[in-house]
Ligand binder design. Structure first.
Ligand SMILES: *[C@@H]1O[C@H](CO)[C@@H](O)[C@H](O)[C@H]1NC(C)=O
Ligand SMILES: *[C@@H]1O[C@H](CO)[C@@H](O)[C@H](O)[C@H]1NC(C)=O
Ligand SMILES: *[C@@H]1O[C@H](CO)[C@@H](O)[C@H](O)[C@H]1NC(C)=O
Ligand SMILES: *[C@@H]1O[C@H](CO)[C@@H](O)[C@H](O)[C@H]1NC(C)=O
Ligand SMILES: *[C@@H]1O[C@H](CO)[C@@H](O)[C@H](O)[C@H]1NC(C)=O
Length: 497
């Protein structure tokens, strides 16, 4: 199961940045911001090459190079997008090696890796809308919006994962709707004459089709999957992961507020509260898999990666969006438990005895370490720490992930920090490190993070580019190819724009 950390869309990006100014800068002023270089150098220097070269390389980022990178990011996006439109649309995504479209695996309904995400609803087109706006491409944005309105329907016999449909489809429709109706039009004039809230109506239609997942559950936590036509399939499993049940509030909350109908926010909030009540009394930690009927923890591993990641992310981002104190209180308390029980290594990031800090996987009941790997998804956490205002720890953890990136020119899905080697070595173009890099750049304006962005861009161009798009890099066999476009808004290298 792929629990990607969440995509935000532009709305969040904008609001997040506004909030960033409010939340972070007072703290940032205290922290020695140019410290990014020093932290990275001190902790992970062995990955990064000789000191002088390091200083020369990271301390500036020339304007010319920045526009070159901006054009490269634009070209990479267009390459994937145009080829998707040419070879794959109206199917969900492009197989960039075979140059063919692909939708749900109807022959093998248990192929969840595919069927959780691909709903036979032109996923990539919808997912790309706000990236077209970020790129300032008004004509194509408007054309794509029309195409979505005219051709996409959710009245499909597809069983999709509630979480995936929410973050990819619901989130994309809502952010495109907000872009279309924004009076300020920050990306150039993206308005569409005759637009009559069609994307909002589509979002509503989809959300109503997801609602059955929240019915007939004793705790209020949703079933993980739902058929868009027929509701929850009979004999559905009663288990879900924490992230799946607990990261729906951003999209459901925005939908409720746009529609003036509290139903959606209410069900999402009820699921968060149900999870909240199940945290361990001793450690304050959550497990990764829970039974939605009994509330019992089926998976007791607690960590910041797969199964939990976006649950924490949504607590804080919901607070930033909606300003409900309850969300901030839950986030702060969860953050405290994370610092107390998951964080290992020395107290300060950049000085003192011991290893640089690291967040490990532990048993939720007693805080005992469960394994010696961290996963690639956890790279979202520095970004969240930036939003919280914990810049120094954010710099530190990000530097650790960047050091791994430098070594492999990708992030292995799982990295064993004891052996200092990958445990699972594929890289399905995950965007978490990029998002953290972006937020750290916004918080510090340190050119170091533009270099990180450039390194990531160049690695992808070098290793992940295929005939007609970008695909996952596999050290071990990957069951599928993931186009870069799959998560375009997460892979926007927005810092260059
Ligand atoms: C996808 O939807 C189209 C149009 O509704 C339908 O004709 C087609 O059979 C569906 N494909 C799959 C794989 O479900
Ligand atoms: C806008 O998108 C279209 C379709 O991908 C592309 O052909 C065109 O060059 C883009 N325009 C700009 C300014 O990038
Ligand atoms: C955008 O363009 C439309 C049509 O050309 C125009 O009516 C509208 O005032 C413009 N909106 C903004 C915010 O510039
Ligand atoms: C899920 O829980 C319900 C209610 O407790 C029970 O009736 C059903 O058999 C369970 N389903 C599975 C697949 O275990
Ligand atoms: C925590 O304590 C409360 C009250 O004593 C109890 O009802 C609940 O089951 C406990 N939760 C866990 C996860 O142990």
């Amino acid at each position: 199961m792929r629990w990607c950390s969440v995509l935000l869309g532009l709305l969040l990006l904008r609001l997040g940045l506004l909030a960033l100014r409010g939340l972070v800068l007072p703290g940032a002023a205290r922290v020695v911001v140019p410290g990014a270089n020093a932290v990275c150098r001190a902790s992970y220097g062995r990955f990064l090459g000789p000191r002088d070269e390091y200083g020369r390389r990271y301390s500036t980022f020339p304007d010319g190079l920045r526009s070159e990178m901006r054009e490269m990011a634009r070209a990479m996006f267009l390459f994937g997008y145009d080829n998707y439109m040419k070879f794959a649309f109206p199917e969900d995504e492009l197989n960039p090696i075979l140059c063919r479209g692909r939708g749900p695996d109807t022959e093998n309904p248990s192929n969840l890796n595919i069927n959780d995400v691909l709903g036979n609803y032109s996923l990539t087109l919808i997912d790309a809308l706000d990236t077209l706006a970020v790129m300032g491409n008004a004509t194509e944005f408007q054309r794509a919006v029309r195409l979505v309105i005219d051709t996409v329907s959710f009245d499909k016999d597809s069983t999709v994962q509630v979480f995936e449909a929410t973050i990819r489809i619901l989130g994309s429709l809502l952010s495109a709707h907000i872009i279309l109706t924004d009076t300020k039009q920050p990306f150039g004039n993206m308005t569409l004459s005759g637009y009559d809230n069609e994307l909002l109506h589509m979002a509503h239609d989809l959300a109503v089709r997801l609602l059955p997942a929240f019915e007939n559950t004793k705790t209020g936590m949703p079933y993980p999957r739902v058929n868009l036509k027929k509701g929850v399939p009979p004999d559905s499993r009663n288990e879900t992961c924490t992230a799946g049940a607990g990261s729906l509030l951003v999209e459901f909350g925005i939908l409720s507020r746009l529609l003036g109908d509290s139903t959606f926010e209410w069900v999402a909030r009820r699921a968060v509260r149900a999870l909240w009540s199940l945290r361990s009394n001793d450690t304050g930690l959550f497990g990764n898999v829970v039974n939605i009927q009994t509330g019992q923890w089926v998976g007791k591993q607690s960590g910041l990666g797969a199964g939990l990641d976006s649950f924490f992310e949504y607590l804080l981002k919901s607070y930033i969006l909606f300003g409900e104190e309850e969300d901030l209180e839950m986030f702060n308390e969860a953050y405290k438990s994370i610092q107390n029980h998951l964080r290992r290594g020395r107290e300060a990031c950049n000085e003192g005895e011991g290893d640089p800090p690291l967040y490990v996987n532990v048993n939720m009941l007693n805080g005992q370490i469960m394994n010696t790997w961290i996963d690639s998804l956890q790279a979202f956490f520095p970004g969240l720490q930036v939003l919280k205002g914990d810049i120094e720890d954010a710099i530190c953890l990000h530097a650790f992930y960047y050091a791994i990136w430098k070594r492999y020119e990708a992030l292995p899905e799982r990295y064993n920090w004891q052996l200092q080697a990958p445990d699972v070595s594929f890289y399905p173009l995950r965007p978490e490190l990029v998002e953290s890099t972006y937020l750290l750049y916004q918080a510090t304006k340190n050119p170091f993070y533009l270099h990180v962005g450039m390194d990531i861009l160049l690695s992808l161009e070098k290793h992940a580019k295929a005939n007609s798009g970008f695909c996952s890099e596999s050290g071990v066999a990957m069951p599928r190819y993931t186009t870069l476009l799959r998560n375009p808004k997460k892979i926007g290298w927005k810092a260059f724009f």
